[in-house]
Design a protein around this ligand. Structure first.
Ligand SMILES: Cc1cc2nc3c(=O)[nH]c(=O)nc-3n(C[C@H](O)[C@H](O)[C@H](O)COP(=O)(O)OP(=O)(O)OC[C@H]3O[C@@H](n4cnc5c(N)ncnc54)[C@H](O)[C@@H]3O)c2cc1C
Length: 377
């Protein structure tokens, strides 16, 4: 019987893992890839949808297109995980695993920020981005706040990108002079491991008249008075609130008993959880790296190499390195890049590449190459 690898979640981590296992082991492995959705959407596509740069339909990559030797995709909702027995219950049945990989990402906790659901909007889900796509054309004057409601949150540069792209959007529509934009984040700088990236972003905010409010998360909204209350008690009035909701591990993961302090602790070198044969990668895990797709993908490759070594014989792979490159939208079609190293030194470090045409093309290739590898075509 082939080894059974059950991969929970077909996001950045799960898709990369299933792809590498299929490429290397083909029909000699049984990979079951489970996701409740029928399509994958890149995180950054939500910004494209919100600002009308792409339609919601265009950014959906349907899972039905996955045809890989050894891989079976199931659209099912996971309702229970037993990490000791390595069994998973879904609305479609029970799945037993020799190797179980939890790659279920992070969910959003709207209730953690009173007033957000009634008085604000969020752009971190496709649904939220679609709603804002409808609302933004009506925003012609007043103050917009891009506000982060808790850390850790996915893709730390994304709120900065949203503020810069909002500036472009309002400028193009000729209403920028009638609008103010404020950005508030819980960190002291936009991208803490890379002072150069942070400096470039803060300069870009200043050039565009975007107010930057560091080191404060949004703790609540008061929809009646239209103010955002920050964690130090200060208040920012708003007419439009574009929020990053507080994140948390999906309920089914918390209920499985695998989490500590909200997420699944793993050995950062091997991605193994506390249970034999069980791994966790990406946003659902505590690895010591940011919550971003490139890190989920890198972790997936380490697990894949380890499983391939075990099943085919060969050397165990080197430890997970915690390296990742993120593209940063500066507006006006300009894209920069930050390369970060989270695990090899005593503290995280990052280097910045100035926006360039080459990076615009590189970001496009980043998306199209994954689309081709994960979905074919
Ligand atoms: C606006 C924005 C911009 C971003 N930009 C970038 C960027 O430029 N670069 C970058 O690297 N990252 C970026 N990210 C972050 C990136 O999208 C995530 O960090 C990444 O998707 C995490 O990968 P993952 O595999 O851990 O989880 P995910 O990709 O979130 O996948 C988890 C999957 O699990 C499924 N799932 C959850 N619960 C269940 C259940 N009970 N049953 C079945 N299925 C379930 C979900 O449907 C989902 O498909 C961005 C995110 C946002 C919101």
């Amino acid at each position: 019987m082939n080894p059974r690898v059950v991969v929970l979640g077909a996001g950045f981590g799960g898709l990369e893992l299933a792809t590498v296992l299929s490429e290397s082991l083909g029909d000699d492995v049984d990979v079951t890839l489970i996701d409740k959705n029928d399509a994958f959407v890149f995180g950054y596509s939500k910004l494209d949808v919100m600002f009308g740069r792409a339609t919601p339909r265009a950014v959906r990559l349907p899972y039905r297109d996955i045809t890989k030797p050894g891989v079976r995709f199931l659209q099912q909702e996971i309702t229970a995980i037993d990490p000791e027995a390595r069994t998973v219950t879904t609305d479609g049945g029970v799945h037993e695993a020799d190797f179980l990989v939890v790659a279920l990402g992070a969910d959003y906790d709207f209730d953690a920020t009173p007033g957000l659901a009634e008085g604000g909007n969020e752009f971190y889900s496709l649904e939220g981005a679609e709603r804002l796509r409808e609302l933004l054309p009506e925003f012609t004057q007043g103050r917009a706040i891009v506000g982060v409601c808790g850390a850790p949150f996915k893709c730390p540069p994304a709120p900065s990108e949203a503020a810069l792209l909002l500036h472009d959007y309002l400028s193009t529509r000729g209403v920028r002079d009638d609008c103010e934009i404020s950005l508030t984040i819980p960190f002291g700088t936009p991208v803490p491991p890379s002072p150069d990236t942070s400096r470039a972003l803060v300069d870009a905010f200043a050039e565009r008249g975007i107010e930057f409010v560091p080191s404060r998360r949004v703790s609540s909204l008061d929809p009646a008075r239209r103010v955002a209350v920050l964690e130090d008690g200060s208040e920012l009035p708003y007419d439009l609130f574009l929020g990053v909701p507080k994140h948390r591990a999906p309920d089914v993961v918390v209920a499985s008993g695998m989490t500590e302090d909200g997420y699944v602790p793993v050995n950062p070198k091997t991605l193994e959880a506390r249970f034999p044969g069980v791994y966790a990668i990406g946003d659902v895990a505590t690895i010591g790296v940011p919550k971003a797709g490139v890190f989920a993908e890198g972790a997936a490759r380490v697990i894949a190499a380890s499983l391939i070594a075990r099943l085919r014989g060969g050397n165990e792979p080197g430890a997970y390195g915690g390296l990742g490159s993120c593209y940063v939208e500066f507006g006006a079609g300009r894209v920069g890049r930050v390369d970060v190293d989270f695990l090899s030194g005593p503290k995280p470090t990052g280097t910045f590449q100035e926006p360039s045409d080459a990076l615009v093309a590189e970001k496009r290739r980043f998306g199209s190459s994954r689309r081709a590898r994960w979905f074919g075509g």
